[in-house]
Design a protein around this ligand. Structure first.
Ligand code: PMP
Length: 371
């Protein structure tokens, strides 16, 4: 039988595993930071209308520059994220993973490096590998905040071409202060002053769930700062696959060099536009989820867990001597959470109140067993 390694694949892919959060059929699925609320019926109907219209033109390629969609995304950011941005500053792709891939294809690549502060979103390292970009694992403090001095030192030492800052961070839920982002931006530009600077990517996939305002205003006057967002979480549309970035128009021009022609299908553009018409209803669900997230933090603490403060739609909790055994024992009780490989800790996504109750009941039993 032929295995992957018998094929002439690139050396750096040999022996590696793909991204793979388990997709298991269990009663309570709280493992991939999805929004638990299905889209409201009036929005489902609007999507059907918009997609029907798009279907009549499917013999043609879609709007390659997705101008209407980018205009509406710019309006959404301008209204909710603290900075007026225009269509020339916004770019969209199939999920923010594709946005990040396009950024690495443009600003990373063979002979170049990217740094992230781990534990963080595992795809930053995986997309780096996929694009031939060297990966540097930067440090965090024991409380999972970014150690600014250590981060600065790592940037000065490795002189990365791309710096990832995830705020709120996945899997820890930790928000990053604007001053920290600015300090790392300055450090990254200073380290590569001889080479047109470095790109700093603020991954704000969970931005809408934060107690803090968006970091979007930081892009103003900083052409090497990019903010990445997604409709997968706050808009409850993980199945849609729509991510976007906001940055200087030059960054948007630069990613055109690597994007595939017509990468965003007409169906995707129509669906995303319909969802953006229902922003206020969807942001109402975000408020409910933030309250449930805060409840999870406080109830887990009451149950004796060590819980990391969270600004996202998920919560990191522990500590377990054997996190994987704890994960299995919650699964045996019908609750799927995530083991991200952070020693002693697991991550739970905020679900509906009923799902969260089921999860908390399972943890209560687990903690009893433990003591
Ligand atoms: N960034 C972070 C920090 C994430 O956690 C995720 C999804 N889990 C993404 C980006 C990618 O999301 P999507 O491709 O669905 O937009």
């Amino acid at each position: 039988m032929t295995g992957i390694d018998d094929l002439p694949i690139r050396d750096e892919l040999r022996g590696k595993s793909p991204y793979g959060a388990p997709q298991l059929e269990v009663p309570v699925r709280l493992n991939t930071n999805e929004n638990p609320y299905p889209l409201p019926e009036p929005l489902v109907a609007r999507i059907a209308e918009r997609v029907t219209e798009a279907a009549r033109n499917l013999n043609r390629y879609p709007d390659r520059d997705a101008v209407e969609l980018r205009t509406e995304l710019a309006r959404y950011l301008s209204r909710t994220a603290g900075l007026e941005v225009g269509v020339a500053q916004v770019w969209a792709a199939n999920g923010s993973n594709e946005v990040l891939q396009q950024l690495l294809q443009t600003f990373g690549g063979p002979g170049r490096t990217a740094i992230g502060f781990e534990p963080s979103y595992s795809m930053h390292a995986l997309i780096s590998r996929g694009t031939g970009t060297g990966w540097i694992s930067g440090p965090r403090n024991d409380d999972f905040t970014i150690d600014v001095d250590a981060a600065r030192r790592a940037i000065a030492e490795h002189r990365p071409d791309v710096v990832f800052i995830t705020s709120p961070n996945n899997p820890t839920g930790t928000a990053v202060a604007a001053e920290t982002v600015l300090a790392l931006y300055e450090a990254a530009q200073a380290a590569r002053a001889d080479a047109a600077g470095a790109l700093v990517v603020v991954d704000e996939a969970y931005g809408e769930f934060s107690h803090r305002p968006s970091l979007l205003p930081l892009i103003e006057g900083r052409p090497r700062m990019v903010l990445s967002r997604t409709m997968s979480k706050a808009f409850g549309a993980a199945g849609l696959r729509l991510g976007y970035l906001a940055a200087d128009p030059a960054v948007v021009d630069a990613v055109q060099l690597v994007r595939l022609p017509y990468h965003l299908s007409a169906v995707t553009q129509a669906t995303a536009l319909a969802a953006l018409e229902h922003t206020d209803t969807l942001l109402g669900y975000v408020e409910a989820l933030k309250a449930e997230r805060d409840r999870l933090v406080s109830e887990l603490r009451t149950l004796g867990c060590e819980v990391t403060d969270s600004d996202a739609n998920f919560v990191q909790f522990g500590r377990f001597e054997d996190a994987h055994a704890a994960w299995q024992s919650l699964l045996d009780r019908g609750v799927l959470v995530r083991d991200n490989g952070v020693p002693g800790r697991l991550r739970v996504t905020a679900g509906t109140p009923a799902e969260n109750d089921a999860f908390l009941d399972a943890v209560r039993e687990l903690m009893k067993e433990k003591s």
